[in-house]
Write a protein that binds this ligand. Structure first.
Ligand code: ATP
Length: 271
């Protein structure tokens, strides 16, 4: 079977409304939406539209969600791939796959290319800890740099890449005309956690009346948006398992405990 190189999505429904909190990051990517929608406004004045931006932050904080929302808001197709899949799945052909990806995106421009876990391909040369061929990774990285350098000012493809390890990235990626903007996507604070709960409670059908998202936000310090989405889903499952007719405070507390249990297990494996 043929492994899939990248995913192409049209008619993205995700919008900034789906992204809770992250006000600063949303403001920065709003500009990218405007570049995609009205490139002439910028190029007419001689401005160079940026080719890439790096979304930097811990896992599960909404980097992929935000990138998808940019495509949704601009009404452009979303080409995505993950750096780690890339390195594992396409031994020997990484560079040619990168070329294909950029060709397709350019054909359908304006477009967004999203590279998740860019550190898997973009680690600084000589610092790789991955066991595959380092030449392969470097060829893939070099092709990515070549593609970005080859964009003309009117290509109108913007590359967003996500990482939680900006410190290990090859500095060549951050040079002017490549990923020369960094946008921070941090863990949510108390108020942002409440907003994320508000978003993820919506799909739950029957909630107890006294459910208080302030309270839930206070119970979840250090949780990412992905953890909170998990809590909401898990609470519904817990309630159903108990045979309850609606989802209530205790179900959420049980769900929070389960997620914390899961996080602790993960940390144990990692250390
Ligand atoms: P990773 O680094 O693990 O790839 P990420 O930062 O790309 O993570 P996402 O994949 O965007 O995180 O987040 C996973 C899910 O968590 C989202 O699909 C969404 O359901 C939820 N989520 C994360 N952050 C937010 C947020 N700010 N607002 C609403 N939902 C969020």
């Amino acid at each position: 079977s043929k492994a899939k190189l990248f995913d192409e999505k049209k008619d993205i429904k995700t919008s900034f409304k789906d992204v809770a909190g992250l006000e600063g990051a949303k403001e920065e990517v709003q500009e990218i939406v405007d570049f995609l929608k009205h490139p002439d406004k910028y190029t007419n004045l001689g401005g160079k539209i940026p080719k890439g931006a790096l979304l930097v932050g811990p896992p599960g904080t909404g980097k992929t969600l935000l990138a998808k929302a940019v495509a949704g808001e601009a009404g452009v197709p979303f080409f995505s791939l993950s750096g780690s899949d890339f390195v594992e799945m396409f031994v020997g052909v990484g560079a040619s796959r990168v070329r294909d990806l950029f060709k397709q995106a350019k054909d359908k421009s304006p477009a967004i290319i999203f590279i998740d876990e860019i550190d898997a391909i973009g680690r600084s040369r000589g610092k790789s800890n991955f066991s595959g061929s380092n030449d392969e990774r470097e060829n893939t990285l070099n092709q990515l740099l070549t593609e970005m350098d080859g964009f003309g000012t009117n290509t109108n493809v913007i590359v967003l890449a996500a990482t939680n390890r900006a410190d290990v990235l090859d500095k060549a990626l951050m040079r002017a005309g490549r990923f020369d903007r960094q946008i921070y996507v941090d863990l949510p604070d108390l108020r942002e956690r409440k907003e994320i709960f508000d978003v993820h409670l919506k799909p739950l059908k029957k909630l107890d009346d006294e459910l208080d998202t302030d309270f839930l936000a206070k119970q979840t310090p250090g949780f990412s948006g992905a953890d909170i989405a998990n809590v909401c889903n898990e609470a519904a499952l817990v309630a159903a398992r108990k045979g309850n007719k609606s989802v209530g405070k205790q179900d959420f507390l049980d769900a929070v405990d389960r997620i914390i249990g899961g996080l602790e297990k993960k940390n144990k494996i990692m250390t």
